[in-house]
Every structure is written in structure tokens, then in C-alpha cells.
Design a protein around this ligand. Sequence first.
Ligand SMILES: *Cc1c(COP(=O)(O)O)cnc(C)c1O
Length: 412
Amino acid sequence: MGMTRQECAALDEADGLADIRHRFALPEGVIYLDGNSLGPMPRHVPARIRHVVETEWSDGLVRSWNDAGWIEAPRRVSARIARLIGATEDEVAVADSTSVNLFKLLVAAARLRPDRSVLLYARDDFPTDRYIVESAAEVLGLDAVCAGPDPDALIGALDERVAVLALTHVDYRSGALKAMPRFTAAAHAAGALILWDLCHSAGVLDVGLDAAHADFAVGCGYKYLNGGPGAPAFAYVAGRHLGVVRQPLTGWLGHAEPFAFAREFIAAPGIDRLQCGTPPMLSLLALESALEAFDGVDLAAIRFKSRALGDVFIRLFGERLGAHGFTLASPRDGELRGSQVSLAHPRGYAVIQSLIARGIIGDFRPPDILRFGLAPLYVRYTDVFDVVAAMDEIMARGEWNQPRFLSPKTVT
Ligand SMILES: *Cc1c(COP(=O)(O)O)cnc(C)c1O
């Protein structure tokens, strides 16, 4: 007999993170499995932003940079994110977007290996990562080389020409998780540096950058960190590189003394040299407030539930969806999977649209991938049950086969 909704309800009952869900303002009747694209809003954010706008900006004006602590906000947010990625707070900068941080860190990393000529990246990585690697290589006069996607091919491509290996920790399509310690050690054995993209890891996995001896990392503020659309991103530089690393976007806020307005650029002694210009304060303070949703939440509990949600999803998929032509596009083994389950189906786009029409929000990635992000802070085991049951019904009734579900929208 297959897994029942009651069994899922019992798992929710026993879930130590169940109460954290109340920290989020999720709309009634919606099951949200797209936190890997835009995290939901924590309940307490609007009050904070109202105060920022109506008091700190409106009344405080420029004085708020000092009086409301705006100028220290990047550091405060860094400290919160550092805990979630296994780093110390002096190794994390919060600034710019993931794409921009990638560029800054790729150049910074390559400059630490001046005798090498290759920036290596994985074949199936997220397009922005590929575009930025190619552009950084062009600017530096290096070669961008891709390898993989399988781990042995990637590791096999590490030779004495490789300056930097840039890798996404969790594949955005399949949810496959790359072993951070293994790849990091392999890069170092070849004399290269490694840069991890944590966009689909931060906030849902027990990321351990320091423990893995990683060199650099970037990640998103608006996905599983729930910082709001376009929230600032983060950049990590291992402590051992901080004194020597030179990033290319030497804006005034990365200066050792920005308010000395000196003629010559002297980089800030520590992680602040990763800053470029004035932070987007409304977004940054929304991110700071949103990160309070993680207060008191243990990373091991997050990882445990992220795996368990995926295991339940995959079990239900096996019991109910195989007959409808879905195949599993994620690793079955929880050790090898991030916090997402992806299925493949030739009608994937229409199936996702019919789910959305029922208030179940996942997303679609070409050519045929249905993605379901399983964020442990607010996704329930019964949500997973309900999604699979809905897909079973949608397929059995042919509900996906309607003109309104067949034509692509601008943002998928
Ligand atoms: C979402 C995502 C990005 C996004 O970059 P932005 O600069 O924030 O648009 C980059 N890399 C990966 C792997 C992502 O998943």
C-alpha cells in the first residue's frame, strides 16, 4: 500500500521545524515550492520596511547612515549569512548581485594564479555563471574551458593550466549536489583555486565552506534566504586570501577609508574590499529582517528535513506518477541531492501551469524539467503529498491539455 496523507501529517506533527512556517506570510490556499526562484516573505518584514521608509528615510534623512546604523548594515547581514554557509563573519560580504560578485571573485581568484591560463567551469551550470566566466576570461586574456558534467570528467580536466574552477554547488535543473570537500580538494591538488556558487544551497543545506577549505563563493539573497526580489547577494573569501585578494571593481566603498576621499585607491584591509558602491539600503534592510526567520534554527535540522522532504517526494512519485510518463530528474540518493526534486515530462510546461492554476507553485526549466524547491522552513510533508496527488489527478483527467496552459509566459 502506498504512502498516505495521514502518514505525511504524522511527519508534520513530529517535525521540529514545523512552527517556523508561521514566520512566513504565505497566502492562504497556496503550496509554495518555488523558494529556489523567489523565497516567500517573512511576516515581520513589512513592519521593518515601514519603519525604514517612514522614519529612518523620511525623518532621519542622510543622518540615518550613522544614526540608524545603515552604514554597518552590510556587516550585520554578513554575520547572519556566514552562520548559514559555514564561514566566519569576516569572510562574507553582502553586496551587488550574484552575477556581479562572480565577476569580482573570478578576477580576484585568477590574479592569485598569474602563471595559469584557464578558467574552468561545468558544462551544465547556470547560464549566468557560464556567461560571466567567459567574459572574465576575455577581460583577463585567459581561456574559459568547460568540462563535465560528470564529476570524474570535471576533475580529470584539472591540470596545471587551470587557475580557477567555478562550480555550482546544487545544479539548478536536476538538484544534483556536488561534493564540496571532494571538488575543493581536487582543485587544490591541481594547484587551482575553487569558487562555489551557492545560489541553490544557502538556507537549505548545511553548507560548510571553511570546513571544506573552499577559497571563494557567491550566492543569492532572494532564493532560499528569502530576502525579497533582487535582494543583495553575498561573496565569500576564505580568511587566508583576505589580505592579498584584489577584486576589479574598486569603488569607493571598498576603500580602506572611503570618507577620506583620497586620490589613490587603497583596498580595505579585510572583506570590505569586496564592496564597490553604495548598498541598496531598502533591499539590504529587507534582507536583514528576512534573515531573522533563521533565528534559533539549526543547520543540521534544516538538512535533515530537506532530505526527508525529498525522500517522501520521490517515494510518492514512484507510487503515483511513473505511470503518467514522469521520470525522476534528480538523484534518488539524498546524499547526492540538494533541497529540490525535479521531474521530467514532455508536457512539463503545461503540467506546471495547471498546478499553478490550482495554487501549487513550482516552476519549469527547458527542455522538460518540472522543479519543486523543498525549503525546510515552510514546506510541509503534507504539501509534498498534495502536490503529487494533484499531478496524479491532472494527468488522469488530462487537465493540463488546455490552450491557456500551453503558451509560455515571459518569466517562467
Ligand atoms: C539564481 C542564480 C543566479 C542568479 O544570479 P543574479 O545575478 O542574482 O541574477 C546565479 N547563479 C545561479 C547558479 C543561480 O541559480
